[in-house]
Ligand binder design. Structure first.
Ligand code: G6P
Ligand code: ZN
Length: 561
């Protein structure tokens, strides 16, 4: 006898609109009866369209609370909808880059990633569901809007209430679904495919010489109790021969140990403190689902994600993958500082500026115009997959260190001497009330609409800046001509310094204001100065112009990066 299918009556839930990176809400929201089922059904219907019957999907998540419940819901609904096969990481665990890698390797119709990325996890923290397409990348807006439309009208979904798959052991399961057909679930090793891909991209022998021997570079990798733990142990300890002690917080915990798994100077403070002792020459941390990275040199020398991207762009030829594929173009998100643009110009490569969100890089990669890209939000990656990739970024950096035979700091100093330094800082005001945050955006919107704004002079701490351009960034995808408007307020000054304001699209409640400030310096005497000092006048101008402090009641940001 086969597995029984039942049609469950349901009603739409408000607010199931995917944000920058999928649907993110508190765990209790997802735990409401039918809430997760509704969204999964909408994802299957809108994400797969008429390919739903007979399709194959990769499913996995970052180990956070509610992961296994969500995976079992996906299994039950996929089976009843006629999906033919799910490839699922053991215990439901897969990093975001691993899902992208497996979608491409097995040429599936897409995948479902269960993560709220860098947001805290646990019974009262965040969960998330994100659909990735057959190219391995996050669904573009056309698809996420279609998912949202289905959530607004859904009245029922099919499920197999008795179906439950044992995810604890690697193995293949097959079921006969009544009136539907055969359904297969492959529970696979979470790290195997990803590690094999890394071995094809990088020269593991060279990296073993760098981090594995007696006199080798001492590295410190902090997984922040997120999903990367098993990937990092396998690659650094088993494959590259680094000592066990080089990898910390590698046990994946469903609440990330109560921490905020975001690799920046605030939330990865333990890595910063450890690196300050000077024992290690290289340090890195990743976020909950393993797509973000932070790179530090000895004594906690901080490499901004903007500079990280530019340095990699300048040295890609030392990585075997790019020796094979050649280096196509580069890209960055709009708020990301323009350091990579200077490298692109010097090397005669195309360089694209896209809105915030990794999904905007996918079309360019699929069209063969983009090899390497990054975002100020600690995302770096290449066209080896269609997600940003934290572990890849670390292996890329170690490849550069091996090739240059220089310290992280020396590599940056050389880079700045060649190209100048793009100073950058981001101020986050997390969990503000939505109305005042919106009011602030309206004030800025008025500023850019005012025809007198261009040419206006602002002076602070003795420095004067003249507005050259002010707009709300809009992007036309060069491949499919889709247009994305209102992607962030930009105020650009005549010396190329920039002030940018955006509301975050990844929060689960309230509003998070992001203020990005960039200034470019060519004078070597400034290179070792603190970005906070160099950028102070621009920060003051931004705060004054936006009335941010008055409107939000916040005297200081919650996070500075
Ligand atoms: C996710 C996306 C990134 C994006 C970031 C922006 O991490 O994968 O591509 O840069 O969100 O988040 P925000 O909160 O600024 O919208
Ligand atoms: Zn992430």
């Amino acid at each position: 006898m086969g597995v029984r299918v039942e049609r469950v009556q349901t009603q739409p839930f408000e607010g199931q609109k995917p944000g920058t990176s999928g649907l993110r809400k508190g765990v209790p929201v997802f735990q409401q009866p039918n809430y997760t089922e509704n969204f999964v059904q909408a994802t299957l219907v809108a994400g797969l369209g008429d390919k739903i019957r007979g399709s194959t999907l990769v499913v996995g998540g970052d180990g956070r609370f509610f992961l296994e419940d969500a995976v079992q819901i996906i299994i039950r609904l996929a089976a009843a909808n006629g999906v033919s096969k799910l490839i699922i990481g053991q215990k439901g665990v897969l990093s975001t880059p691993a899902v992208s890698c497996m979608i491409r390797k097995y040429q599936t119709n897409g995948g479902i990633i269960l993560t709220a990325s860098h947001n805290p996890g646990g019974p009262n923290a965040d969960f998330g569901i994100k659909f990735n397409c057959a190219n391995g990348g996050p669904a573009p807006e056309g698809v996420t809007n279609a998912i949202f439309e289905v959530t607004k009208t859904i009245t029922e979904y099919p499920t197999c209430p008795e179906l439950k798959t044992d995810l604890t052991a690697i193995g293949k399961h097959s079921y006969e679904i009544d009136g539907v057909g055969q359904f297969h679930v492959d529970v696979v090793d979470s790290v195997e495919d990803y590690v094999n891909l890394m071995k094809q991209i990088f020269d593991f022998n060279a990296l073993r010489e760098l981090v594995g021997g007696g006199n080798s570079l001492k590295v410190l990798i902090n997984s922040m109790h997120g999903v990367t733990g098993p990937y990092v142990r396998r690659i650094f300890v088993q494959e590259l021969g680094a000592p066990e002690s080089c990898c910390v917080n590698t046990d994946t915990l469903n609440d990330f140990g109560g921490c905020h798994p975001d690799p920046n100077l605030t939330y990865a403070a333990d890595l910063v403190e450890a690196m300050k002792k000077g024992e290690h020459g290289f340090g890195a941390a990743f976020d909950g689902d393993g797509d973000r990275n932070m790179i530090l040199g000895q004594n906690a020398f901080f490499v901004t994600p903007n500079d990280s991207l530019a340095v990699l762009a300048n040295n890609l030829e030392c990585i075997p993958y790019f020796q094979r594929t050649g280096v196509k173009g580069f890209a960055r998100s709009m708020p990301t500082a323009g350091a990579v643009d200077r490298v692109a110009k010097a090397k005669g490569k195309e360089c694209f500026e896209v809105p915030t969100g990794w999904k905007f890089f996918g079309n360019l990669m699929d069209a063969g115009r983009l090899s390497l890209c990054g975002e100020e939000s600690f995302g770096t990656g290449s066209d080896h997959i269609r997600e940003k990739d934290g572990v890849w970024a670390v292996l890329a950096w170690l490849s550069v260190i091996k090739y240059k035979k220089k310290s992280v700091k020396q590599i940056l100093m050389d880079h700045w001497h060649q190209y100048g330094r793009n100073f950058f800082t981001r101020y986050d005001y997390e969990n503000c009330e939505s109305a005042p945050a919106q009011k602030m955006m309206d004030i800025l919107e008025n500023f850019i609409k005012d025809t007198h704004s261009v040419g206006r002079k602002f002076t602070d701490c003795g420095k004067t800046y003249i507005v050259a351009k002010a707009d709300n960034f809009s992007y036309t995808d060069p491949i499919d001509n889709s247009v994305s408007t209102k992607q962030g307020i930009r105020i650009i000054f005549t010396d190329d310094s920039r002030i940018i304001f955006r509301l975050s699209g990844t929060g689960s409640s309230g509003a998070t204001i992001r203020l990005y400030v960039e200034g470019y310096e060519q004078n070597p005497e400034t290179f070792e100065q603190d970005a906070q000092v160099v950028l102070k006048p621009l920060i003051n101008i931004a705060l004054q112009l936006s009335e941010l402090q008055k409107l939000t009641g916040r005297a200081a940001p919650t996070v500075i990066t």
